[in-house]
Design a protein around this ligand. Structure first.
Ligand code: CTP
Ligand code: MG
Length: 236
């Protein structure tokens, strides 16, 4: 079923309220640090701490909801008394859904991976500005630099993909709040990102320029890179 809800007219409003959801309940299996990834140390603070402070520094977010592993809800709530903390779920989309359910009403919703801990504050502002300007769904994306090949199970190359129209998509992803709520209510499958969900329901998704610093910390290599970048920033 395709879904394209009417969008609210914000033209007469001066202020647009924005809620940011940070899914931080993943296990971090590819990082393999022995604890949930968002709680791994990155130059003296958890990845989650860096992500929260980045969102707050943007100055464009009115409320923040974190979804974390259920046994860490109390601890995280005492660490960040100013935000809403909920238990996440088995899949990322379950964690986003739980955060969305606890979020106060807003015009715009941002969804941002805790694992993109070094995302510059300006990127949040750019995404909110694009949604406020009328795009119902906005994602930051970067051109793909590697040559991309498709490969069969035996390892034989079956083709080379034209990379010109491809973008590697990041977070924060920004949405018209009413549209995202309706999209989650109607969702029947799991998606790796929220833009994928709304896109599958017929909502147009706009890409704006991403930022290399919004890379996702997935592997031990990424963690080394992030640690080095923070130390470089501290000594600049
Ligand atoms: N996430 C979540 N709930 C889940 C799975 C993921 O809140 N059930 C969050 C992660 O904490 C992370 C973001 O979604 O901030 C992106 O997910 P990913 O990078 O895949 O993190 P993990 O799932 O923790 O890592 P892995 O897939 O290697 O286990
Ligand atoms: Mg994962």
């Amino acid at each position: 079923m395709r879904f394209s809800p009417p969008l609210p007219d914000r033209s007469s409003k001066v202020l647009v309220s924005t809620v940011a959801l940070i899914p931080a309940a993943g296990r971090g299996e590819r990082l393999g640090a022995g604890l949930p990834k968002a709680f791994v140390d990155l130059a003296g603070h958890s990845m989650l701490h860096h992500a929260v402070r980045g969102v707050q520094a943007s100055g464009v977010v009115d409320a923040l909801v974190l979804s974390v592993p259920i046994d860490l809800v109390e601890q995280v709530q005492s660490q960040f008394p100013e935000v809403i903390v909920v238990a996440g779920g088995a899949e990322r989309s379950d964690s986003v859904r739980a955060a969305l359910a606890a979020a106060p009403p807003s015009d715009v919703v941002l969804v941002h991976d805790a694992a993109r801990a070094l995302t510059p504050p300006s990127l949040f502002a750019d995404v909110v500005a694009a949604v406020t300007a009328g795009a119902p769904a906005v994602v930051p994306g970067l051109p793909v630099v590697d040559t991309i090949k498709s490969v069969d199970p035996a390892g034989a190359v079956t083709g080379t993909v034209d990379r010109v129209p491809l973008r590697a998509v990041q977070t924060p992803q920004g949405f018209d709040a009413a549209m995202l709520g309706a999209a989650y209510a109607a969702a029947i499958a799991d998606f790796t990102d929220d833009a994928g969900l709304v896109e599958s329901q017929g909502t147009p998704v706009r890409v704006i320029p991403g930022d290399p610093m919004a890379f996702k910390i997935t592997t031990p290599w990424d963690l080394r890179l992030a640690t080095w970048l923070l130390h470089e920033r501290a000594s600049a």
